[in-house]
Design a protein around this ligand. Structure first.
Ligand code: 8QM
Length: 401
């Protein structure tokens, strides 16, 4: 049998803020080192090539989520919150709760959100383009999803404030207890109290996604104990992901003017432009799995009960899958196969809501601005899981051509 010593050992820290904000050179070294590497710093295995990441995501029986999808192993240390019934679970428990949630977010049911999402994007686009200069994170990416998605879930307008602090805890907690983790948890207690209250039935507006989850209790599809945790999943997964994703999409377009020209000439490319930004700058860069048995990956045996870090953001730029121009942002590229939404049984349940947000926001900008440029250097926002920006100052030139 082959052993760990035959996998390349790297001593890089993937959670070092400098690596988090520019991970691509490290990704290439991992991909070129082999199909599996060992990250000595944390005693975990890692895969960064597209084929192996896709295979691991598709094999939930070997690569389990039930011990948590962060560095912490829930079987050895207590989780910081009750584990997610969706993200941090395996079949059959996962299957039972995923079905009713999936039902609320199919391409067809999401069409019911389109008119409201479009109107909000048009309104915000109009206001921002009139300003000529704005921060595409603070004024757009952090505004739009809170407006439309929190509305769709049915959160009351007042007191949405702790949402982003909660998201900061969720996504930094998948990493090690480094300064990013500690900072996110500096004042955790009121945020935890707030999220628990926000998920209760009487806190959610009738007709929203949250209320619809509670209605699944009335039908007997889920239990009253499960409902608040599933609402919590929507609020955990549905905001910082699209916030980072919208910021990244604007970054891609502002730094690739020929691609923005294509989009401006045909705003019907907005959905494709967003999708390619998901491939090129994946908001969710990594998740762990935990092996349930010794598994041979291309000749390297990973032992049982081992944490394995999967680099979706690297798989999305693997030349073995995407060719020599993998590192080019190209809105006409065929993007199917990117792993920004994951793959397999855990593939993003909200992906059609996410795409709707990306499409209508980019289309609203593209129709109004004939140019989109950086107005100053972007400021990256390091996060143990997400890649994106804290500030993205842009300048737009209004007009049709
Ligand atoms: C990430 O709490 C949850 O169920 C949950 C949290 C974060 C995510 C997914 C689910 C992938 C976007």
């Amino acid at each position: 049998m082959l052993s760990r010593s035959q996998a390349p050992v790297l001593d890089d820290d993937p959670f070092d803020p400098e690596v988090l904000v520019d991970p691509y050179p490290f990704h290439q070294r991992m991909r070129d080192a082999g199909p599996v590497v060992f990250l000595a710093r944390y005693g975990v295995w890692a895969m960064a090539r597209h084929a192996e990441v896709a295979n691991a995501l598709s094999d939930w029986e070997t690569f389990s989520s039930a011990a948590g999808v962060g560095l912490a192993d829930f079987r050895k240390e207590p989780a910081w919150r009750r584990p997610s019934l969706l993200l941090e679970a395996d079949p059959p428990a996962h299957t039972a709760v995923r079905k009713p949630v999936l039902h609320l977010m199919t391409p067809k049911t999401v069409q019911g959100l389109r008119a409201a999402f479009e109107a909000a994007a048009e309104e915000l686009g109009e206001e921002l383009v009139a300003r000529r200069e704005f921060d595409a994170v603070a004024d757009l990416a952090e505004v739009y999803p809170i407006r439309v998605f929190a509305d769709a879930v049915g959160l009351p307008e007042e007191g949405r404030g702790p949402l982003l602090r909660y998201a900061g805890m969720v996504f930094n907690a998948f990493g090690p207890r480094n300064p990013l983790f500690e900072a996110a948890f500096a004042e955790a207690a009121p945020v935890l109290e707030w999220i628990t209250a926000a998920c209760q039935r009487d806190a959610l507006a009738p007709g929203g996604l949250g209320a619809q989850i509670w209605e699944a209790v009335d039908r007997g599809d889920i239990t009253a104990d499960q409902a608040p945790l599933l609402v919590r999943s929507l609020l955990s997964a549905g905001l910082d992901t699209t916030i980072f994703g919208l910021g990244n999409a604007v970054f891609c377009l502002a730094t690739n003017p020929e691609q923005y020209d294509l989009l401006h000439a045909d705003p019907g490319l907005a959905r494709a432009a967003f999708e390619e930004s998901l491939r090129y700058e994946a908001p969710v860069q990594t998740f762990f799995r935990t092996t349930t048995r010794p598994v041979d990956v291309e000749g390297t045996v990973i032992p049982s009960d081992a944490k394995v870090l999967l680099f979706m953001g690297s798989a999305n730029r693997d030349p073995r899958r995407w060719g020599d121009d993998a590192n080019r942002y190209d809105i006409r590229r065929r993007t199917p196969g990117h792993l920004a939404f994951g793959a397999g049984i855990h593939v993003c349940v909200g992906q059609f809501i996410s795409r709707l947000e990306g499409e209508v926001v980019l289309a609203a900008l593209a129709r109004r601005a004939r140019r989109l440029d950086l107005a100053a250097d972007p400021v990256a926002k390091p996060n143990n899981t997400l890649k994106g920006f804290r500030h993205l100052p842009v300048r737009v030139t209004a007009g049709p051509s």
